[in-house]
Write a protein of this length. Sequence first.
Length: 236
Amino acid sequence: MRVNGKIRAREVRVIGVDEKQLGIMSLHEAISLARSHGVDLVEIAPNATPPVCRVVDYGKYRYEQAKKEKDAKKNQHANKVKEIQLSPRIDPHDFGVKFGRAVNFLCEDMKVKVNLKFRGRELAHKEFGFGQVEKFIKDIAPFGHPDAPPKLLGKGLTVMISPLPRSKRAKNPYESESDESAPPEAENLQPEDSPNPKMTKLSPPAAGHSQPDGFVNTPFTQLDSQIGNTSVSGRD
């Protein structure tokens, strides 16, 4: 960005202090005009013919441009969508890892799309999938809100979560952590592989015990055992 005597054109199109067009002037006249107002002549469109210059305080102009660029980056983040994959029988620790990733995305003003896929006999017990998604929405409430209720599309559930305004959003509990300690993106991460010490407090419940949300964590394991017992008794 050229200023005052560093501008190379002989003639420039000038925008005044009040942001009104002043027409085409020689470079010497434009610089004299800027000095008479105690400000600078800043070249804002060097590729135009003739180049466009603005009579403005250079320091103030740079501050305004930096602010616009910062706002533009915020808007770019707001248009980004990150996906989180869940399953009806997800381990509590893995649930916490994915929850942490979603919190980070929302606190960076990104949207989060939550997908849950049913496989095999899970299709006959969709209530467990709905329970997982509803629990995720409930836990994420301090950071974001669903755009619409969860929808069943084919063999999966999906819901889009948008970040809350910064003034209403809870503080990100992971913001002081380094990238190495942030919850990883790997979908099949085992509990012992997690680099995040804060996410290791949860442990899987004993068989048959209910989760806080009111349903058993691994209902399909119980179904397998029931089917196995029935098969054994049939053979006898």
